[in-house]
Design a protein around this ligand. Structure first.
Ligand SMILES: [Zn+2]
Length: 306
């Protein structure tokens, strides 16, 4: 897939703050504005339904954990992908809901309070779960998915985003053809999420324990996630790199990127009081200048979970 994230293989041990680990390619058929706007409307409708049923943000302990974890992940995300600062990020928890954890285009996340409790996630495991969801957003997987789907639906190259997305919601044959794309995007989200959470200072071994806790989620023809074995193999292959990123993170957060992007001062996150890009310490000079030994800049099983 041309539009897949181009992962940069990291030459060890030369990691140091100052270079990004991730590169993102742009090869989409539809505008981000259209994709994100539609997702924001769907997310808003979902939140209203949950709120009316008394199922939205009901767990104050989880809310406090999200408030601690999400700003750290956002900083890593903005470091790797400065345009992430322009997104209207939101995260909520739901109770007795169908979702386990999900991400919608433009930064709209939802996580199940029951799943977090049932699987007894540590903060680090929860961070890797959320980083995986944020990765779907950063890599614009929804936009990519529908762009690719144009080749699998009738007259797809001449149809609009909303039209194709609607067909994807009911067409079993098309979804079957798109299955490899789903699986690839999940592995990619694992990869990106692993980098983000390690850069945010969360213990990399938590990614391994998270995958084990999530398990396969059932092997079906339309299972959207790769097998536990696939995920574990990829994660174990990344462990050394993640450890280096984590070691650097312990010395301070990633440096703020100088970018021409119109970065908002405050990122929206309804379940967090305020997430400000100015609230993070900006010094990571020890890692920026160290170069060598320290690294540098360098499921989710429900149908709605990405
Ligand atoms: Zn996913």
């Amino acid at each position: 897939m041309k539009a897949l994230l181009a992962t940069v293989l990291i030459a060890l041990p030369g990691l140091a703050w100052g270079q990004r680990v991730l590169e993102f390619s742009h090869d989409f058929a539809f505008s981000a504005h259209e994709v994100n706007s539609l997702a924001a409307r769907a997310y808003g409708a979902r939140l209203r339904t949950l709120a009316l049923a008394g199922k939205l943000d009901r767990d104050p302990a989880l809310k406090a954990r999200l408030q601690r974890i999400v700003p750290r992940l956002l900083r890593a995300a903005i470091y790797e992908r400065p345009t992430a600062a322009k997104l209207q990020w939101e995260i909520h928890s739901c109770s007795e809901c169908d979702e386990n954890a999900s991400a919608m285009a433009g930064g709209k996340l939802l996580v199940s309070a029951e799943m977090v409790r049932r699987l007894r996630f540590s903060d680090a495991e929860l961070a890797y779960l959320l980083a995986h969801e944020m990765a779907h957003v950063l890599a614009q997987h929804t936009r990519e998915f529908v762009s690719v789907a144009r080749y699998f639906v009738d007259n797809g190259l001449h149809r609009g985003y909303r039209d194709i997305r609607n067909e994807l919601s009911w067409s079993f044959p098309v979804m079957l053809r798109m299955h490899p794309v789903y699986v690839q995007q999940e592995l990619e989200a694992d990869y990106i999420g692993f980098v983000l959470a390690a850069q945010a200072g969360f213990r990399p071994k938590a990614m391994i324990s998270l995958i084990k806790k999530l398990g396969d989620g059932g092997e079906t023809v339309l299972a959207t996630h790769p097998s536990e074995a696939q995920r574990l193999a990829q994660a174990r292959g990344m462990l050394e790199t993640a450890r280096r990123l984590y070691a650097c993170a312990l010395k301070g957060p990633a440096p703020r990127r100088h970018t021409r992007v119109n970065r908002p001062e405050v990122l929206q996150c309804r379940s967090c009081p305020t997430i400000s890009t100015t609230s993070f310490p900006s010094s990571r000079e020890s890692c920026i200048n160290s170069g060598g030994a320290t690294p540098s800049s360098a499921t989710w099983s429900s149908s709605t979970t990405r």
